[in-house]
Design a protein around this ligand. Structure first.
Ligand code: URA
Length: 436
């Protein structure tokens, strides 16, 4: 079918044939379908949606636009997690080594930060020498020998998504549930996973800002993934406050190091990390249910196995040996560390979480355009959970910055983003729902 007829079919709300979807995606990948045609198709889907069968066909076509990995040499269940992204979300840094310590293989292909959200890859690149985009041979070797590798997307995995996402990004068509679903899952299917666990964030720091919209995305992701042959479960988790007490790159690595070594663990972060790890063990057939999974995860954390795996992964990918013995010795640090004082007594009653993320971007720790360099040293630490009692001269956070101008700008962002009231707010759960 000609691209224009294909677009008309969706525009008029009629069902698309899987063979025509595959042909359109081939044209999108080889450039024979024009940018205008891709944009028109994306807008037609934005308004008319897709059936589950169409979304499965789109996802598989995008998966097949490039290399599809398989792991015949690995005798463990191959399972990964994907998060829809947030602020202070460094879960992946702990989750990959925890899951590997419990017997899974985790080829974790992560992204860079964009907009107000942080990216796992940028965080890992804070570690000197760490090769975040290794060649395929090294990637496979590390997954095989260590059990996990956190790396960036290689050129040839789901290349259709790269062009499609770039066009959606500039045509107001990112926020379409079937298009987000196909975009996320095509990359995960191309990674050759046996099963997937999703962390769908919900709240004012997330892509989906209400529990209803997050649940809709979680349902779509789970049903399409299962339809495409990849067993998948999802947790919908709260992103209406930063998950960790740190937001930035090196500062989130320090937070993850403290978590793995048991020096300090933020409680909401711990709950989400353990729940997702437990789900991964269930997905891989290594635990009968989430509770058993969480018990095994706790054991791997407490006896130091997860920390040891993290150290081995870092070293195998070019970073220092014994990184966790003294992370601060290796990581870049900002010349200024300045408190952002509360200015009044009361309780932290809420966050504009996106505003906190934008504060990190203002410091130089995030990017405003793909390809921008990030400053790994800057960021925020000591962010307080909602409900914390504060006094007038207590810091709401510590700002790690290069200069006074950055400190002032981050202070402005934080004071605008953090609400303080006289009464403690009601407690809010961090895990909102589970989708299987
Ligand atoms: N993340 C993706 O990978 N794709 C989308 O479309 C949205 C978020």
């Amino acid at each position: 079918m000609l691209p224009q007829e294909f677009i008309r079919t969706k525009r008029d709300g009629r069902a698309l044939d899987p063979a025509d979807i595959a042909s359109f995606i081939r044209g999108l990948t080889d450039g024979s379908v024009t940018e205008g045609q891709v944009a028109a198709f994306a807008m037609a889907v934005f308004f008319n949606g897709m059936s589950r069968a169409e979304a499965v066909a789109l996802t598989l076509a995008m998966r097949d636009s490039g290399e599809v990995l398989s792991w015949p040499e690995i005798d463990r269940p191959v399972v990964d997690k994907h998060s829809t992204g947030g602020v202070g979300d460094n879960v992946s840094l702990m989750l990959a080594p925890i899951a590997a310590a419990c017997g899974l293989a985790v080829p974790m292909i992560s992204g860079r930060g964009l907009g107000h959200t942080g990216g796992t890859l940028d965080k890992m690149e804070s570690i000197p020498g760490y090769q975040a985009v290794p060649d395929n041979a090294l990637f496979r070797k590390v997954v095989g020998s260590v059990g996990c590798a956190i790396i960036g997307q290689t050129g040839d995995l789901a290349p259709a998504d790269r062009r499609f996402y770039g066009i959606r990004d500039v045509t107001g068509t990112v926020e379409s549930v079937p298009l987000i679903t196909a975009s996320i899952l095509s990359k995960k299917l191309a990674a050759g996973l046996g099963a997937l666990v999703l962390d769908v964030k919900s709240g004012n720091g997330a892509f989906m800002d209400t529990p209803e919209r997050s649940l809709k995305l979680a349902r779509s992701l789970v049903e399409v993934a299962v339809g495409a042959g990849m067993p998948t479960t999802a947790l919908v988790t709260d992103m209406s406050q930063p998950l960790a007490s740190a937001a930035g790159n090196a500062v989130e690595v320090v937070n993850a190091a403290d978590f793995l070594t048991g020096k300090a663990r933020d409680s909401r972060l711990e709950e989400v990390t353990l729940a997702l790890a437990g789900e991964m063990l269930v997905a891989g057939g290594l635990a009968a249910g989430p509770e058993e999974g969480i018990a095994r995860v706790r054991a791997a954390l407490e006896d130091g196995r997860a920390a040891e795996i993290f150290d081995r992964m870092v070293h195998a990918l070019g970073g220092p040996a014994d990184f966790l013995a003294d992370p601060g010795r290796h990581l870049p640090s900002a010349p200024l560390v300045s408190p952002c004082l509360a200015g009044r007594a009361g309780y932290v009653t809420g966050y504009d979480t996106r505003g906190v993320g934008l504060g990190v971007v203002a410091l130089g720790g995030g990017r405003t355009r793909p390809g921008d360099a990030v400053d790994h040293a800057v960021g925020l630490t000591g962010l307080l959970p909602v409900g914390t009692r504060i006094e007038k001269d207590m810091p709401l956070a510590l700002i790690h910055a290069r200069n006074d101008g950055q400190v002032a700008e981050a202070q402005r962002c934080l004071l605008e983003a953090i609400s303080i009231g006289d009464e403690p707010p009601p407690p809010t759960p961090v895990i909102l729902s589970r989708q299987a």
